[in-house]
Design a protein around this ligand. Structure first.
Ligand code: SAH
Ligand code: MG
Length: 225
């Protein structure tokens, strides 16, 4: 009885456990807590609907959002492929708004891979999170497995965002989820690339419908081929 009550309570909380939450929130990155929680809920529903199918994250940086997704991969016995060249996006480079000098290596280049690895180790997720280090467009172009969920949070230059849509949206299985971060309908709130180059093309393709939103996170579900 107690076990049943506990498992119902667990299912209802729909939250990352407190140890992993602390790790996520102390990891460098750009995922607000409430949106991380919305990502977690989306990932759970995708893994429940499509048991055994993997998930992909495009844009891991130091592994902050990866903790929420990796926890779901562990819970559902699947894997998360974490795609990033770890060289930083345009907006992370020196002189840009989102530059952090602490992630620059001894050769003067951004390298978030050591930070990403350390986060996965601290979170105990290294076995369910597979590093996929390289350009997201070429990795997506060669990809063959259908996905329960694809979370797109890579570069926000227009061509990069468009390339991510073209490389990855097709791999989301029917009933699977395409989750997009940094979608701003109003240019006053942020850059337009994820909105105009990923979100709108997905909806206009007729293959995706919107299921939920939280902050700048949009959860779309694939409904047809
Ligand atoms: N999800 C992260 C933030 C990602 S920032 C968080 O929760 O904090 C965007 C990431 O996309 C950066 O780490 C950058 O290296 C990566 N990126 C940008 N363009 C890319 C490309 N073409 N291929 C692979 N990774 C790319
Ligand atoms: Mg983002």
């Amino acid at each position: 009885m107690l076990a049943e009550v506990c498992s119902v309570a667990f299912a209802l909380t729909n939250m990352l456990d407190s140890t992993l939450r602390t790790i996520a929130l102390t990891t460098k990155g750009f995922m607000p807590e409430a949106e991380g929680d919305a990502l977690f809920v989306a990932a759970r529903s995708a893994c429940e609907a499509l048991p055994g199918l993997p998930m992909v994250e495009v844009g891991s940086y130091c592994g902050r959002s990866t903790v929420w997704l990796g926890a779901v991969a562990r819970e559902w016995g699947t894997v998360l492929h974490a795609v990033d060249h770890h060289g930083g996006s345009e907006e992370n480079q020196a002189g840009w708004e989102w530059h952090d000098p602490e992630i620059v290596n001894t050769q003067g280049r951004i390298d978030t891979l050591p930070f990403f690895r350390q986060t996965m180790q601290r979170a105990g997720l290294s076995d369910v999170v597979r590093e996929c280090v390289g350009d997201s467009h070429s990795i997506g172009a060669a990809w063959r497995e259908p996905l329960a969920l694809c979370f797109v949070d890579g570069g926000h230059a227009r061509a990069v965002a468009r390339g991510d849509y073209e490389a990855w949206a097709q791999h989301v299985a029917i009933d699977g989820l395409l989750v997009i971060h940094d979608v701003f309908e109003d240019p006053a709130d942020g850059g337009q690339a994820p909105f105009e180059e990923i979100y709108l093309p997905a909806l206009h393709s007729g293959r995706f419908v919107e299921r939920s939103r939280s902050g700048s996170l949009r959860v779309l579900q694939r409904t047809s081929r």
